[in-house]
Design a protein around this ligand. Structure first.
Ligand code: MG
Length: 274
């Protein structure tokens, strides 16, 4: 794993990326959503994809042999509402539920029990009720407890409370950017979803340009399984200070937007890809 200061700035590798794309038969481009395609906002319900990214994704639909996927902790339905671009594969609930560009939906692990989930929600609700400025984001199979409106001290307090609740359930507690995620403890994560979607959309061609950009700890599951030939990129922020499996960095969400614009312009004008 690398320290953040050891990551290569992605723009410094732009010429090499172009050469790589020129020699590749196909491209598989995958992205996290919040903090990557959409700026982080205080109210997660108000997050929306940067408009020029939507334009880029629409343009990429016209390019042969370029596949795009978005992998998020949000529920699949929520993600779909916020993307609204046809032809893109989407993975919700950290890869548990996937929608392919043909509209087909797939569970990559067994669906957790509704009853257990409902009682977990009630328990969490009751336990954090007294803590001010906490937001609970309810997904189809998971929960995110945001403390961006509170303080880091509240975050530590929440870890104790939520850890005790989750202990005796088939769920696991995972840290995120100013939040705690309670996810089903199943053999499924964004890394599995990345590989699964890639295989279906590209047939795992040997000469494949593959890229993943994400900003948070659950994106490490993709960075970790990225083959040596792939480009794994962390969008750095003051909220994540730990080491990473990513190899490259972008400096902000805006930096990410500019990179995707440049990549789209290059791919749109690139005749070598067929
Ligand atoms: Mg994110």
């Amino acid at each position: 794993m690398l320290k953040l200061e050891e990551l290569t700035y992605l723009w410094d590798n732009w010429e090499a990326i172009k050469r790589y794309i020129e020699s590749a038969k196909c491209c598989f481009l995958a992205f996290d959503f919040d903090g990557t395609l959409a700026p982080i906002v205080n109210d997660p319900a108000k997050a929306s994809m940067t408009e020029c990214i939507r334009d880029c994704f629409l343009r990429l639909q016209e390019v042969n042999c370029v596949s795009v996927a978005i992998l998020s902790g949000r529920s699949l339905d929520d993600l779909q509402d916020r993307i609204q671009v046809p032809g893109i594969a989407l993975a919700g609930d950290h890869g548990l539920k996937v929608q392919l560009p043909d509209g087909s939906k797939h569970y990559l692990a067994e669906k957790p029990s509704r009853n257990i989930f409902r009682s977990l929600i009630a328990e969490v609700d009751e336990a954090v009720d007294h803590i001010p400025n906490i937001q609970i984001e309810l997904k189809e199979f998971s929960l995110t407890i945001h403390f961006r409106g509170a303080s880091e001290k509240r975050g530590a307090e929440l870890e104790d409370i939520l850890g005790r609740i989750v202990e005796s359930t088939p769920y696991r507690l995972q840290p995120g950017r100013m939040c705690w995620e309670i996810n089903p403890d199943v053999d499924c994560d964004k890394g599995k979803a990345f590989d699964w979607i890639k295989e279906r959309l590209t047939g795992n061609k040997s000469n494949l340009f593959q890229l993943y950009i994400g900003d948070d700890r659950t994106d490490e599951d993709v960075f970790r399984i990225m083959p040596d030939s792939g480009i794994s990129v962390l969008v750095v922020s003051a909220e994540i200070k730990s080491r990473t499996h990513a190899e490259y960095r972008l400096n902000s969400q805006q930096d990410t937007v500019e990179f995707i614009e440049k990549l789209t312009a290059y791919l749109s004008g690139q005749t070598g890809i067929s």
